[in-house]
Ligand binder design. Sequence first.
Ligand SMILES: [Zn+2]
Length: 302
Amino acid sequence: MIIFTHPACLAHDPGPEHPERPARLEVVLEALRRDHGDLDWREAPTAKLGDLRRVHSQAHVDAVMEQDFAGYRMLDPDTVMCPDSRAAALRAAGAAVAAVDAVMDGQDPIAFCAVRPPGHHATGEAAMGFCLLNNIAVGAAHACDKHRLERVAVVDFDVHHGNGTQAIFFQDPRVAYFSSHESGLFPYTGAPSERGAGNVMNALLPPGSGSFNFRNLWEDQMLPAIEAFRPQLLMISAGFDAHMRDPLADIMLETEDFAWLTRRLRQIATSHASGRIVSLLEGGYDLEALRECSAAHVAELR
Ligand SMILES: [Zn+2]
């Protein structure tokens, strides 16, 4: 298993009191180095313009590349850049591309990208919800174009709906998007009626759902749908903010639930995708939960 990360991802500073803070990645790296220091650790490269342009407009790329400012620059009420954010965003998206290449080239079937800023709220045209570039979408589009894949599954267990990922692939049946998320929560999209070209599956979990309802939903509805899609590559938007300790959400999962779902996804990847998995860090705002869950996720993948 390969871990992609880069120190530049620690320098993205959206300002004091912002939940998407550098300490998030610090605790993830600390936990992974402690438990999984023997894995194949690699520096994430910067994404190339052509990689970004598969999913983002030139105007949006230009907005993220803008470096000629001091202090903070707000792209939306939640999404803030500092002068170092551009480099972090390029490494995060570049990690996704490099991870897809490594997995598809047979260097290792599984890669995890320990990066920030997260990506799944960024649309083709705009930054949103702490996300600058849609890292997983950049990776999935690269897998389709460069590696000629016809079926890439993007599985998103972050507690928020990945509206950006869904919008980018809404009419692109090469990529199927599967997400469970808390109802009534930002970004307020992701109704089950949003089906795209039949390649989108959304499921809502009410606040307080807990482990039992979460596991039933995945076991009865989501996992069979992923199996039926027969992905050639399985990509994961690994957000850990559905954990009971998280301050931004109330689905109330436990660390073991993330390990369980990771295990089940790995079984599907083994059956259909020659074991190929590329997982990317998304949300998770309680440092203790993030530390535990990311280590448990990687422990199931290695
Ligand atoms: Zn989230």
